[in-house]
Design a protein around this ligand. Structure first.
Ligand SMILES: [Cu+2]
Length: 157
């Protein structure tokens, strides 16, 4: 019996090793995710939004976002609709090659819904972003969003 268990553990270990090697290969090294920040929550509030700049040398799509501090995370866009600013969930953010994509207040953002703790100024909010390559392979990037009341204003485009 012990031998069976050990064999099982060894094969599980091998499977895990080959999976992580595979993930490494798919990651796009030219992808940069920077100036990541999350809006501080209002007292008693449970929603926030994260913003960032994304640039890649190859076309990608941001297809999913997750956070250990929020129950639900959605990719949202804001559009004027009959004079009213409306927010809606979108499936993906297109990242064209060599073009800076801006997730910013009033535009596309990562919506954090039902956060399980308040986000204060200077907090580090973990985000896991899933990207899809042109040939439909996916990989994840971990980033930290810094708690801020509003855009620092150092990056105007
Ligand atoms: Cu939103």
């Amino acid at each position: 019996m012990q031998k069976v268990i050990r064999t099982l553990l060894v094969s599980l270990g091998l499977a895990a090793a080959s999976l992580s090697a595979h993930a490494q290969k798919v990651d796009e090294p030219s992808l940069k995710v920077f100036d990541v920040w999350a809006k501080t929550t209002v007292p008693g509030g449970s929603v926030s939004a994260a913003y960032m700049h994304i640039k890649s040398g190859k076309p990608l799509k941001l297809v999913k976002a997750e956070s250990s501090i929020a129950q639900t995370v959605e990719i949202h866009d804001m559009k004027m609709n009959a004079g009213v600013m409306q927010m809606k969930a979108i499936d993906a953010v297109e990242i064209p090659a060599n073009k800076l994509v801006d997730l910013k207040p009033g535009g596309m953002h990562i919506m954090l819904i039902k956060v399980n703790k308040p986000i204060n100024k200077g907090d580090q909010v973990p985000l896991t972003l899933t990207f899809e390559t042109a040939d439909k392979k996916t990989f994840t990037r971990q980033v930290m969003a810094k708690g801020q009341e509003k855009d620092s204003g150092s990056h105007k485009h």
